[in-house]
Design a protein around this ligand. Structure first.
Ligand code: HEC
Ligand code: HEC
Length: 346
């Protein structure tokens, strides 16, 4: 799918030395100075995570990133003043909020982004988590590092995490990137089913069959296990495109990208309403009805949406639609949504 993943295999092997899952992440003992490597592998059916050589994941780095994420000190200027990252990305809602903030697109969830290489709805930032964090820190929040340098605790925390107390915007981004890698959801009922730990109900199983076969066709863009193909598609929400609805076209200028957006992950999807880049659908039933009967034609429409036999939509029965929604609900991961290691440290 993409060449970036190849070097990560060698890198990930290096980090296997100190195996330690996020579940066992505890604060370092007092007086602790050496950095503690953390291996953030998902379950066996997850791909290897890409970790850049110049920012290996450590316990201290994750904890610093977590603190920065929840600290309003990070934003001091302009319209974001006094806001923490968490003010728009709330854990119990899969790190989203119930209403898109004014002048923004719908909030994207923070989950399993350690496996992502395309960021934001239109993929304006591509690369590693370090790349998107550079954007968040320098352009979106315009973080004032002097506030961190003069803070009673941060210099020491940066020293412990990154071996520097001079604190640049780049350092802030690196710590945040480490924290984001630790935001892993892999214990939904669907994961438990994949691991043969539980059974799904007949309705959920019917929904899974629809999802994973040509009948519902969801798997093409929301495949297992990440429930996103990490790519962009026009799924026929509109026929005419203006403003931010032009999506990926605004980044590439390619007419075939008109109206295309990042296929967002469906992990914890029951928690992250409203849906789509502009939050136009309030419920999963409305989303399914879009795929079933609402797809609008345009030259850049993804061919998957109008395959032979599907020209008028999926033609699902009311029971099939209900089963599909039941299956989408199995993506809810209560462990992730309530994990105290992901909650505010304040
Ligand atoms: C005012 C609300 C708000 C605040 C505060 C906020 N975000 Fe976001 N975040 C959003 C919205 C809206 C999007 C989707 C924007 C888009 O794609 O155009 C988003 C998207 C993201 C993404 C991309 C996710 C993906 O799947 O591509 C990342 C990463 C992210 N935010 C990190 C952060 C970090 C780090 C902070 C703090 C420095 C932060 N956000 C603060 C609203 C916010
Ligand atoms: C051709 C690729 C493709 C297929 C097939 C597809 N999706 Fe999507 N899906 C996307 C894209 C792209 C988005 C984001 C679109 C946007 O916001 O403009 C999306 C968004 C969603 C969302 C909202 C996500 C959010 O965070 O708001 C849900 C729910 C969803 N899809 C479910 C499904 C289901 C269920 C199916 C099968 C019936 C399906 N999708 C089939 C590409 C696809």
């Amino acid at each position: 799918m993409n060449g970036r993943l190849l070097p990560s295999l060698a890198l990930a092997a290096m980090f296997l030395v100190a195996a330690c899952t996020r579940d066992s992440v505890d604060p370092p003992p007092a007086g602790h100075t050496a950095r503690t490597p953390v291996d953030l592998a998902g379950p066996w059916y997850f791909p290897q995570m890409t970790v850049p050589a110049n920012n290996p994941t450590t316990l201290e780095g994750i904890q610093l990133g977590r603190r920065l994420y929840y600290d309003p000190l990070l934003s001091t200027y302009g319209p974001m003043a006094g806001r923490s990252c968490s003010s728009c990305h709330s854990q119990e809602l899969g790190f989203t909020v119930p209403t898109p903030p004014s002048n923004f697109l719908n909030v994207l969830p923070h989950v399993n982004l350690g496996w992502s290489t395309n960021f934001l709805w239109n993929g304006e930032v591509q690369g590693t988590l370090e790349d998107i964090m550079r954007f968040e820190v320098e352009e979106f929040f315009q973080v004032d590092v002097n506030l961190l340098r003069n803070h009673p605790e941060y210099p020491q925390l940066f020293q412990a995490a990154l071996g520097t107390s001079s604190i640049t915007q780049d350092d802030v981004g690196k710590a945040l990137a480490q924290w984001f890698r630790s935001m892993i959801s892999s214990n939904s009922r669907f994961d438990q089913y994949l691991r043969h730990e539980i059974a799904l109900t007949p309705s959920e199983l019917n929904g899974m069959t629809l999802y994973l076969t040509e009948t519902g066709d969801c798997f093409h863009c929301h495949g297992i296990p990440l429930l996103t193909d990490n790519a962009f598609h026009n799924i026929g929400l509109d026929s005419v495109f203006t403003g931010s609805d032009q999506g990926r076209f605004l980044v590439t200028g390619n007419p075939m990208d008109m109206g295309a957006f990042k296929a967002s992950t469906l992990r914890n999807i029951a928690q992250t309403a409203p849906y789509m880049h502009d939050g136009r659908f309030a419920t999963l039933e409305e989303v399914v009805e879009h795929y079933n009967s609402g797809v609008k034609p345009s030259p850049s429409l993804d061919p998957i949406m109008t395959k032979p036999g599907k020209e008028t939509g999926l033609n699902l029965s009311p029971q099939q639609k209900a089963d599909l929604v039941a299956f989408l609900n199995t993506f809810t991961d209560q462990t992730f949504l309530t994990d105290t290691a992901l909650a505010s440290p304040f």
